[in-house]
Design a protein around this ligand. Sequence first.
Ligand SMILES: C[S@@+](CC[C@H](N)C(=O)[O-])C[C@H]1O[C@@H](n2cnc3c(N)ncnc32)[C@H](O)[C@@H]1O
Length: 211
Amino acid sequence: MKHEVNNPRFARMYPRLAAWAEANGAQEHRAEALAPASGQVLEIGAGHGLNFPHYPSAVSSVTAVEPEATLRDLAEEAAHRASVPVTVVDGIAEQLPAADDAFDTVVCSMVLCSVRDLAAALSEIHRVLRPDGRLCFYEHVRARTAGFARYQRAVDLLWPHISGGCRVSRRTEIAITQAGFTMKHLRRFRFPEGRNPAPTAPFVIGLAQPR
Ligand SMILES: C[S@@+](CC[C@H](N)C(=O)[O-])C[C@H]1O[C@@H](n2cnc3c(N)ncnc32)[C@H](O)[C@@H]1O
């Protein structure tokens, strides 16, 4: 199923867009999402490596999958500055370059919105996790209020074309439980907060385990 993820314009834009979020709360969100991570970690769609400084000391190694060449190069640079050993590899979530039961932790942050086939990606995550492993996630999701969700579905007619395939109306947390995970923790919040929320504002930070 190998498919190309070739979004050079998005790849050039993303580090600049992310810088604002990092300075305004995303770093704290990443630390919160990654706190339960331990052992051998597989991070999916690592981008330019913004999670790397936030891995706790219980993590022994990180394999960071990133399919976009420009972001992968930046992730390799960031890996040198990481607090734990990080190896960056090419690959896609829907066909992970990993054996069954190979990892203690899988990490997804703002990537399950962008994978082409969410169900296939979650099935792969389930496959590569040990039975007692965990999925740590930090994702924007569909709002629970009907009006906001309608707005997100309308935005999704255009958004994926300008944001590297990202969709704002995915019910990612529901897809995770449908893919054979038990939700151990889920915190919902809006980021950034404000009177006129961005279509990506409804966020979740969570922890799920294979059932
Ligand atoms: C919004 S960026 C988030 C990057 C990073 N996870 C972070 O938290 O900053 C989305 C990432 O998902 C990656 N991506 C897109 N489609 C993918 C797929 N099918 N499999 C794995 N990663 C994918 C993109 O290349 C990009 O790095």
